[in-house]
Design a protein around this ligand. Structure first.
Ligand SMILES: NC(=O)c1ccc[n+]([C@@H]2O[C@H](COP(=O)([O-])OP(=O)(O)OC[C@H]3O[C@@H](n4cnc5c(N)ncnc54)[C@H](O)[C@@H]3O)[C@@H](O)[C@H]2O)c1
Ligand SMILES: [Zn+2]
Ligand SMILES: [Zn+2]
Length: 368
């Protein structure tokens, strides 16, 4: 079928929204009409050439839509179902899947992280060339074909603006709290970076009963939003006294849990400084592929700090996404508030620029 898609022809250049051809779903695949897509920093990294990626490539990995057609053998989904994209479709049979850690599924290295569908090959083409499906999702397009396991059905009455960011920013941020950190009630938390993921760490920490939640960012708008999402204090991350201020707010000891949602060498070092003795640093931010971090090793050991990486919320997206939808319905999780700006697909480059400038939470692309 003919669709419009946002294509990255060359890293570092703007995306081009143009006509593309999408093949129909094969066995185990599903055709989805995309209704809303969040613009995540993990789209910006390949667009700007910070991560290597083979082009041409259709970007987009966070979003929601409606099932229009199912391929042979698809049991769990039917045309008309409302779905959230999951960029980590688990195989179900590899060792991490069997150990209950589907986000570490071995198959992802051959599929999502190579921008291919599990069935292999690509169903997208334009200008006579084959296009890769970013993260096996490629939802910056009117329609997407994805693996059946890459879709999580949700209730029909949840608006697409709310679902747009659920499948990446929300699962990653809230999951980092509930599945990776598991803070005690009343814990004191610091969050570095209050963008799409960071705001969800903030609201996840409040949901988990953390008492002090300090958010740090280099920009004013993310800090304003962090307060709205439940941060008890906010600071400019580059302020001269910021580490002392966080210490003062955490009983003079440092935070029990620090979340680094930026993931740069400097923010990791800061996160370790902000953690108390015996405290835990959870890193969700993703650096350039060649980045190396360094931090003072001696106090790290002597103060028994813990350093934990967390991908895609460290849980089970197929279980966690419906639970997050329930929390939203109960009014306990902010979702629509994350979508601070709405764009047409043709405006995708503006959305990427706004994200690069950290103008606040998420821009989402909407199809009527
Ligand atoms: N682990 C995962 O599964 C996962 C999932 C989604 C995104 N990510 C990664 O997480 C990172 C954040 O993604 P996002 O979509 O939330 O990005 P974002 O652009 O929405 O937010 C980043 C925020 O960090 C702030 N920031 C930048 N440098 C800072 C610094 N030195 N100190 C404090 N704040 C700083 C920015 O102002 C911005 O508000 C990206 O690297 C992205 O690729 C990882
Ligand atoms: Zn993402
Ligand atoms: Zn697996």
């Amino acid at each position: 079928m003919n669709i419009n898609a946002a294509i990255l022809w060359e890293q570092g250049a703007p995306l081009s929204v143009e006509a593309a051809e999408l093949g129909g779903p094969r066995a185990g695949e599903v055709l989805v009409e995309v209704k809303a897509a969040g613009v995540c920093h993990s789209d910006l990294h390949p667009a700007r050439g910070e991560w290597p990626a083979r082009t041409p490539l259709v970007l987009g990995h966070e979003g929601a839509g409606v099932v229009r057609e199912v391929g042979e053998g698809v049991q769990a989904l039917r045309p008309g179902d409302r779905v959230v994209f999951c960029w980590a479709p688990p195989c179900g049979v590899c060792p991490p899947c069997k150990e209950g850690r589907p986000v570490l599924c071995d198959r992802l290295e051959r599929t999502t992280y190579r921008n291919r569908l599990p069935a292999g090959d690509t169903l997208l083409s334009a200008r006579g060339q084959r296009l890769a499906h970013y993260n096996g999702t490629a939802c910056f397009a009117d329609f997407a074909v994805v693996a059946e396991e890459g879709l999580i059905p949700v209730a029909d009455d949840v608006p697409f603006e709310a679902l747009a960011t659920l499948g990446c920013a929300v699962v990653t941020g809230v999951g980092a709290v509930f599945n990776a950190a598991r803070p005690e009630l009343g814990a004191r938390v610091a969050v570095i970076g209050a963008g799409g993921v960071g705001l969800n760490v903030v609201q996840g920490a409040r949901l988990a009963g953390c008492e002090t939640v300090v958010a740090l960012d280099t920009r004013a708008e993310p800090l304003r939003l962090a307060r709205e999402f439940g941060a008890t204090e906010v600071f400019d991350a580059t302020g001269e006294r910021v580490n002392e201020q966080v210490r003062e707010l955490t009983g003079g000891r440092g935070a029990d849990y620090v979340f680094d949602t930026v993931g740069a060498p400097a923010t990791l070092a800061q996160a370790l400084t902000l953690a108390r003795k015996g405290g835990t640093v959870v890193v969700t931010g993703l650096s350039r592929l060649d980045a190396l971090a360094s931090f003072p090793l001696f106090p790290f050991v002597m103060q028994e700090k813990r350093l934990v990486g967390s991908v895609y919320g460290s849980g089970q997206p197929a279980r966690d996404v419906p639970r997050l939808v329930e929390l939203y319905r109960e009014g306990r999780l902010k979702l629509t508030e994350l979508a601070t700006r709405t764009y047409q697909l043709e405006e995708v480059n503006e959305a990427l620029d706004a994200l690069a400038d950290a103008r606040g939470a998420r821009g989402i692309i909407r199809w009527e």
